[in-house]
Structures are given as structure tokens and as C-alpha cells.
Write a protein that binds this ligand. Structure first.
Ligand code: NPW
Ligand code: K
Length: 491
């Protein structure tokens, strides 16, 4: 997993790493600039337009100057727009300013006309992780003007204005892309910042994972390379019992589709036997739609302990016999997955919280989560409360959304890196419930089940959206679950 380092620790990280590596801070800045340019040349291979690079007084500005020098080897249309005289800027800024070749024009921000056309590039090196207060004066005015001009806008490390670990207060540069160094800054993952951050690219500057770990603050990004090692291996003599017997409990009149999608996705994720528990009178539709699922109503199941895992809540509604739910949680002594109305019922009956088996996985979206813990001001508060809840009740909280966050009982938080905007569609959450329940039933540890569930779910959505785009529906995500195993080379 990739450690996410708090902004305030980045300069300590820098110091420790350059001493370990035997390089200077200027060398590290050069690596950052080269890595940024490598990304740029791949993304914009035929660029012939002007490139305006806005450089603030710190090392983010220093990065901008080094980038300008590299660009100037291939084009004469590079313009550096600076805010402070070099002698008032950071040391590495000064070194890079001195190295600027003659073919780069240098303009003080006060003399800049903001005459930028739509094909030009606007590169934001005004502030990085060193920002320590809301923008004012010339910085605020200039960024507001830049947000009004056209042009392809790219931020270096973080859009100027966003603090690295908190929610924006005031003005911020609006980027189409953010090229961030080595690890995503936490605030890039906040929904409040989506319109400023654009697409995120992580540029490698050679600081390896083990080194980063020692500066980590219990926050991590889940990457593709983390996933294969979390999967169980099966052999040629494995039988359907080995792949688990799971049950999805939910459904109500008009909402049986949720159980249908969760059950089908459990099958597609690899479960050997999938059962569904739905209200009497609704079973026919489910049996016709997914003949592989065995359907029961409440009177028919004698003993829930026979199931390796349970997914509770899809389409359940709020008219559930709460004593049944209470008994279900009290008597089942393995981790369960709880979603949707399964969570809403807990919000209405908070005494249920302490009955949830240890290591269970709750998968709320933001509204379900806030019903559980109270309205939150922003994502920062949500993440804090999710961590507290996970620790207090020894459960996993999967807070769904872009960069879904898994909060663990030990206080660690893991952010998912797969998925896209097309997945915000009815039933997407039911699919995830089915997938995590399936992994639990296959004998995965709850942490592995949650991580594999969210990663494969996001990946299935990405694969489906290649052809479906905004026409994607939850059933498409299910169809692409098998392809995620192919993508990750998991047999
Ligand atoms: N390991 C890495 O990740 C690497 C990081 N690198 C790069 O370094 C960046 C961090 O650089 P940094 O620490 O110099 O901070 P940065 O954001 O440039 O600004 C600090 C300056 O701004 C000022 N200031 C602050 N807020 C202000 C405000 N609101 N309004 C006005 N002024 C304000 C503050 O001075 P102050 O006024 O507070 O005295 C100070 O002068 C990082 O994001 C990345 O791009 C790479 O080069 C190499 C590898
Ligand atoms: K920036």
C-alpha cells in the first residue's frame, strides 16, 4: 500500500530522504521536474502552443522553474510568471531561477496581461504543500483571473490554495490535471475538491514505499500491485463448498432487484453457493432472473450459522421485524457485511451497533454514514468519525464514493484508486455488497475481503465504462467482474 504523508511532514521526509540517498534537495527538485515533464510529453505529445508557468515563492515555484527549463529545450514558447523577486524566495527556487535560459520570457505577475488562449497551457506552481493560510492579495486575484481564462490547466503537486490535509477555505486554482509527487496528498481525495483537482497523476520521484512508511499517518492508497497478494489461491480439487456458501438478506416489495444484483455479483465474484432471503411472494422474479441463486423466505431458514458469510440490507426497506435483525446479529458469530437499509435500521435502533459481530464490514454511502454518526461538515470530519467508529466497535467502515475509504479497527485508513464517475448509478452499492460478501464467504480475512471488494468493484466499473460511458448500469459492473480477474492475472 502506498503511504499518504501529511503535508507538514513532507519537508522532514525530504531531508531524511536526500541524506539517505546522498543527493541534494535541488537534485530531488530536478527529479520532480523531470517526472512532471515525462508525464506532460506523454499526454501532450504534439504541443506547439505557449506554456505559461506561474511560480510562487517556495519550492513549488522552484519546481515550476525547473520544469520551464526542461520545456525550453523543445520550445521557445515558455513564459515564467513570477510573484516575488528571487532573493525573497526559497534557496532551490533561487538556484533554478539563476539557471533559466534566455529563450524563456520572465514576467512579473503585476505586468502580466492574462492574455491566454484556449490552446495554451497554464501550469500552476504557485503553492504546494507549504501553503499555510487562505490566499489573499495578488495571489488570490491572480488565481481568480486564471480560473476565468481558457487554456489547459495543470497543477504541480496540488492545486494552489488547497491545504494538503484539510478542506479548502477560500480561493483555489482550478486544474484539469494535478501531477502530484510520489503519493497523493490527502486533500486531493476529498469530494469537496473534485472540481479543483481534475484527474490525478502520481509522478514517481524515487522515494520508495518502505521509506515513506516511516512518515505515514495511518493513511494509505490501495494500488493494483497490492491486490494479487491478498487473494486466496484455489486448487484443481477445490469444490463449490470451498468457494463458500453465502446468503444475501434483504428485499422488499419493489426492491427485490437489490438482492438480485448482490446475489448475482456474489456468484460472479466466485461464490460456490449463493442463497437469497427475501419476503414471501417475491421469489419468482429472482429465481427467473438468476437461476443459480437459491431463494428462501424467513420461515424457511432454520440456522443462519450454516452460511460462511451474510450480506444484510440490500433493498430491505425500513419495515423489518427488528427482533429478527437483533437475533440475527446476536447469534451469528462471524463477520457480516451490512449495507443500505441494514445500516439505516442500525441508525434508527442504535442498540444494534454493539451486537454487530467483530470485524464486520459496513458499507455506507455518505448519507447512510451521516444517519449513523450525525451530519458532518466535510470529508475531514467524516474520515475522523469513520475512524473512531471502526476503532470503537472493532468493525470496518467502507465509506463509499470517489476514493472509497476503508477505516479499520486498528485506526488505519485505506483509499481505493479504482472506479469512476460513471459508477454513480442505482444498484452500484448492491454489487459491492455482493462482492465483499462473496470474498468473506470464500474464507478471506475481513480486511482482504473489503480491499479486494472495493478494488475489483471499481475496476469492473472502469472496464464496463470503456464501452458504456454514461449509459453504464449496475448490471454492467456485474458483467465485468470476471474481466477484473483477467486484468490482474488471478486464476
Ligand atoms: N518530497 C516532495 O514531495 C518534494 C516536494 N517538492 C515541492 O516542494 C513543494 C513544497 O515546497 P515548500 O515547502 O517550499 O512550500 P510551497 O508550497 O512552495 O510554499 C511555501 C511558501 O509560500 C509561503 N506561503 C504559504 N502560504 C501562503 C499564502 N497563503 N500566501 C502567501 N504566501 C504563502 C511561505 O512563506 P510564509 O509567507 O509562510 O513565510 C513559503 O514561502 C511541494 O509541494 C512540491 O511542489 C519538490 O520540489 C521536491 C520533492
Ligand atoms: K501548485
Amino acid at each position: 500500500m502506498l503511504s499518504i504523508i501529511p503535508g507538514k511532514s513532507v519537508s522532514q521526509l525530504d531531508k531524511a530522504f536526500i541524506s539517505y540517498e546522498g543527493i541534494t534537495s535541488l537534485d530531488l527538485m530536478e527529479r520532480a521536474a523531470v517526472s512532471f515533464c515525462n508525464w506532460f510529453f506523454v499526454h501532450f505529445p504534439k504541443n506547439e502552443n505557449a506554456i505559461f508557468i506561474f511560480c510562487g515563492p517556495g519550492n513549488n515555484g522552484g519546481d515550476g522553474l525547473a520544469i520551464a527549463r526542461i520545456f525550453s529545450k523543445t520550445t521557445d514558447k515558455v513564459h515564467v510568471v513570477y510573484f516575488e523577486d528571487s532573493e525573497n524566495c526559497s534557496n532551490d527556487y533561487q538556484s533554478n531561477f539563476a539557471k533559466l535560459p534566455k529563450n524563456i520570457s520572465k514576467i512579473h505577475i503585476k505586468d502580466f496581461s492574462f492574455n491566454i488562449s484556449k490552446d495554451d497551457f497554464v501550469i500552476d506552481g504557485i503553492f504546494g504543500v507549504g501553503i499555510n493560510r487562505p490566499l489573499e492579495g495578488i495571489f488570490k486575484e491572480s488565481i481568480e483571473k486564471l480560473n476565468r481564462v481558457e487554456g489547459m490547466k495543470i497543477s504541480i503537486d496540488i492545486p494552489s490554495g488547497i491545504p494538503s490535509d484539510a478542506v479548502l477555505d477560500g480561493t483555489c486554482f482550478k486544474a484539469a490535471y494535478t501531477v502530484t509527487f510520489q503519493f497523493p496528498k490527502l486533500s486531493l481525495l476529498f469530494p469537496e475538491h473534485a472540481s479543483f483537482v481534475g484527474d490525478i497523476h502520481i509522478a514517481d520521484i524515487g522515494i520508495h514505499d518502505d521509506f515513506l512508511k516511516s512518515f505515514s499517518n495511518q493513511k494509505f492508497l490501495i494500488r493494483k500491485s497490492d491486490i494479487p497478494g491478498l487473494h486466496k489461491k484455489f486448487h484443481n480439487f477445490s469444490h463449490k463448498g470451498d468457494y463458500g456458501r453465502v446468503i444475501i438478506i434483504g428485499g422488499s416489495v419493489g426492491k427485490v432487484g437489490a438482492v438480485l444484483m448482490a446475489s448475482k455479483s456474489a456468484l460472479r465474484t466466485g461464490s460456490g453457493l449463493v442463497h437469497a432471503h427475501i419476503p414471501k411472494g417475491e421469489r419468482l422474479v429472482l429465481q427467473i432472473a438468476v437461476p443459480e441463486v437459491m431463494v428462501f423466505d424467513s420461515q424457511e431458514v432454520q440456522d443462519y450459522k450454516q452460511f460462511d458469510a451474510m450480506g444484510i440490507g440490500p433493498g430491505w426497506g425500513m419495515n423489518v421485524d427488528i427482533s429478527f435483525y437483533r437475533e440475527l446479529l446476536s447469534n451469528y458469530n462471524k463477520p457480516v457485511v451490512i449495507d443500505a437499509d441494514g445500516i439505516n435500521l442500525i441508525s434508527k435502533n442504535p442498540d444494534l451497533l454493539k451486537l454487530i459481530p467483530k470485524e464486520s464490514i459496513l458499507t455506507p454511502h455518505i448519507k447512510e454514514f451521516e444517519r449513523l454518526v450525525g451530519i458532518c461538515e466535510n470529508q475531514e470530519e467524516r474520515l475522523r468519525k469513520a475512524k473512531d467508529l471502526a476503532k470503537k466497535h472493532h468493525i470496518f467502515i467502507v465509506l463509499k464514493g470517489a476514493f472509497t475509504c476503508i477505516s479499520c479497527p486498528d485506526g488505519n485508513q485505506y483509499f481505493n484508486s479504482t472506479g469512476n464517475k460513471y459508477m454513480a448509478t442505482a444498484g452500484s452499492g448492491d454489487v459491492l455488497t455482493g462482492m465483499i460478501t462473496s470474498f468473506l464467504g470464500q474464507g478471506y480475512k475481513p480486511f482482504n475481503a473489503a480491499v479486494c471488494g472495493v478494488f475489483h468493484h471499481g475496476l469492473a466499473g472502469e472496464l464496463a465504462s470503456v464501452v458504456k460511458r454514461r449509459g453504464l448500469i449496475a448490471s454492467d459492473i456485474i458483467d465485468y467482474i470476471p474481466a477484473t480477474y483477467t486484468q490482474l492475472d488471478i486464476d
